[in-house]
Design a protein around this ligand. Structure first.
Ligand code: F6P
Length: 362
């Protein structure tokens, strides 16, 4: 199969995350060193296949990118070709344009590096005949078909670093400090960062919390010797019987934007502590998406990039590379996009945290 392939494309879709450039580098180096294929970089995700934005990628174009956050190809989370919203707000199905452009560019394979949204698009295009393989990315770590997505480790470390810094000021001022982190509808970042950063309270979407129990925990911290408290709140966390808090509704090809629960939890705690204790809230936001990737994410991204090339070489289209234990494997895109991976509320990680005295507000 390898000898029939001459030219492949690579694109990054959806929100960026640390490690995307490591995958691009892995793709370009493996494809040119092992098979002498030509590589075309598609710019700004699928939009590049609609608006004809692309450029050749050679080894000299990828020099020095391993350490860079973001993606040298650009990305967008608004370029769904099946539901493309143009400037006048009209929705169109432009999938046939994408297929035509794949042909026009003579791409014998296309590596789509993306999260659940981009991989679902990749799967639809594959079913229409496009020679696609997928690489899973997202700081949220919410893709069920892979043990870990790259980007997650760096995001957790960024949140952990923030918690380390918040700790010293919380202790000095005898305050409650609340940190709101990303993760959409999954609590992985909050859970991992909270354990690594020694939080007292971790609130995640998978465990709707009882506001009274959160306050009880904070009160105990002040009644005891500690005299300060740290809470990590996932942006998708919600009190029992309530809905997630959003900053903006879904629309015009965009997903709903979560955020605001950190301030809400901060206000609740301030109220229940009777105004005697200072509470401050930090919303970490897009800092979690940027910066140089951790060694783990660089290695995982590189391994994914190489394996994506091997999938193409073997003609195994419609598949996504994934990490299972220590091994890089692959899974059908169809299966990869069918289920989200959320934190098991009674899993080992949550139980470990609870054994340490961390409260999930339940
Ligand atoms: O999916 C990654 C993510 O960073 C989520 O954690 C967050 O909810 C969302 O993207 C933010 O998206 P945007 O960059 O569009 O604000």
């Amino acid at each position: 199969m390898a000898q029939q392939i001459k030219r492949i494309g690579v694109l990054t879709g959806g929100g960026d995350c640390p490690g995307l450039n490591a995958v691009i580098r892995g793709v370009v180096k493996s494809a040119s060193n092992l098979y002498q294929w030509e590589i075309i970089g598609i710019e700004d995700g699928f939009e590049g296949l609609i608006k004809d934005k692309n450029r050749p990628l050679t080894q000299s174009d990828i020099k020095g990118i391993l350490t860079l956050g973001g993606t040298i190809l650009g990305t967008t989370n608004r370029g769904n070709p099946f539901d493309f919203v143009d400037q006048d707000g009209v929705k169109r199905d432009l999938s046939s344009v994408v297929l035509e452009n794949i042909k026009k560019l003579s791409l014998d394979g296309l590596v789509v590096i993306g999260g659940d949204g981009s991989l679902a698009i990749a799967n639809q295009l594959y079913k229409m005949g496009a020679p696609v393989v997928g690489v899973p990315k997202t700081i949220d770590n919410d893709l069920s078909a892979t043990d870990v997505t790259f980007g997650f480790d760096t995001a957790v470390n960024t949140a952990r670093d923030a918690l380390d810094k918040l700790h010293s000021t919380a202790e000095s001022h005898h305050r409650v400090l609340v940190l709101e982190v990303m993760g959409r509808y999954a609590g992985w970042i909050a859970l991992h960062a909270g354990i690594a950063g020694g939080a007292d309270v971790i609130l995640i979407p998978e465990i709707p919390f009882d506001r009274g129990k959160v306050c009880d925990k904070v009160r105990r911290r002040f009644q005891g010797k500690a005299g300060y408290a740290i809470a990590v709140v996932a942006e998708g966390a919600k009190p029992l019987g309530e809905e997630v808090i959003t900053q903006a509704p879904a629309g015009k090809g965009r997903l709903e934007r979560l955020g605001g629960i950190g301030n809400r939890v901060g206000n609740d705690i301030a109220m229940c502590m009777g105004g005697d204790i200072d509470v401050r809230v930090t919303v970490l936001g897009h800092i979690q998406r940027g910066g140089t990737p951790s060694a783990f994410d660089r290695i995982l991204g590189t391994r994914f990039g190489y394996e994506a090339i091997e999938l193409i070489a073997r003609g195994e289209f419609g598949k996504m590379v994934c990490l299972k234990g220590q091994d890089i494997q692959s899974v059908a895109l169809e299966e990869a996009v069918s289920r989200m991976k959320t934190v098991p509320p009674d899993g080992q990680m949550v139980k470990t945290a609870e054994a340490l005295g961390i409260s999930f507000g339940r």
